[in-house]
Design a protein around this ligand. Structure first.
Ligand code: M1P
Length: 267
């Protein structure tokens, strides 16, 4: 389902203090989406929205997801609930609801090389056996492409089943290893971030890309919360960036618990 982009304002929404008037004006908390703010592809719970609203009284708040903006907005409802919104790792970026400069995967890779890659992927997937196949095996985005061996039209249950199957059979890991060899000359990163797919983007266009947008803002403390912070996970690079204080979470509930400990119960 596609969500229309919200009507945005360049200023703070009613009732939200400017960052400079918050308790920690030089601090920003950045959140991965799937598994951190909400369950994969599901909307965040009301308790999470309440926690983020409280946190926003203390510091600046941002999401930084691998998915495209439409999908993220299904999960986090509105850009207005965040000071910064980073979709596709920050290749698509918003500050107070207003778009910042975006980066283009196709311009970077080039049409010819991209065509070769699509043909390779379609050939490879035609020979991969998985329990079910649905539709949309390659999703073309602004700053990356996303490849799914069962297809992005899988239902929630089909996603859960594939994730379990993939843990045993390593379908995505094998495909990533082969693509890394085949397309080494393109300097790409292949990141398994969700349940049914992996993302492909130029090296350096991981979630650390979003830091380029906040560097000019002068924050001296950058917290990042994510669940895929292990090497190979799509939160790893930003989690381990020297400018960032990384926090590994195990679920949205764990995110709320850690925020309570770090900020919200502090007098
Ligand atoms: O945000 C994590 C990932 O979420 C989705 O993954 P999947 O559909 O496999 O669960 C995708 O949007 C992916 O791009 C993103 O990295």
């Amino acid at each position: 389902m596609s969500v229309p982009l919200p009507v945005t304002t360049a200023t703070y929404p009613a009732g939200v203090k400017p960052i400079s008037e918050r308790k920690f004006p030089k601090t920003i908390c950045m959140f991965d989406v799937d598994g951190t703010l909400s369950l994969a592809r599901q909307q965040a719970k009301p308790e999470m929205f309440a926690t983020l609203a409280k946190l926003r009284e203390h510091c600046a708040v941002a999401f930084v997801g691998g998915s495209d903006l439409n999908k993220i907005l299904e999960q986090v409802r509105s850009l207005e609930l965040f000071d910064f919104g980073f979709a596709e790792n920050g290749l698509v970026a918003y500050k107070l609801g207003q778009p910042l400069a975006a980066a283009s995967f196709i311009k970077h890779v080039g049409e010819e090389e991209y065509k070769k890659m699509v043909n390779w992927i379609l050939r490879y997937l035609s020979e991969v056996d998985v329990p079910v196949k649905r539709g949309t095996f390659i999703e073309f985005r602004n700053g990356m492409i996303n490849v799914s061996p069962i297809g992005r039209n899988a239902s929630i249950q089909e996603r859960i089943d594939f994730e379990k199957f993939d843990k045993v059979h390593g379908i995505r890991a094998d495909m990533v290893t082969k693509m890394e060899q085949e397309f080494v000359h393109l300097g790409l990163t292949f990141a398994i971030g969700g349940q049914i797919s992996f993302d492909i983007f130029p090296q350096g266009w991981d979630k650390t890309y979003s830091l380029r947008h906040i560097e000019p803002e002068g924050f001296d403390t950058i917290h990042f919360f994510g669940d895929k912070t292990f090497k190979g996970g799509n939160d790893y690079e930003i989690f381990s960036d020297p400018k960032v204080t990384g926090h590994t979470v195990t679920s949205p509930e764990d995110t709320m618990r850690q925020l309570d400990e770090l900020f919200l119960t502090v007098a």
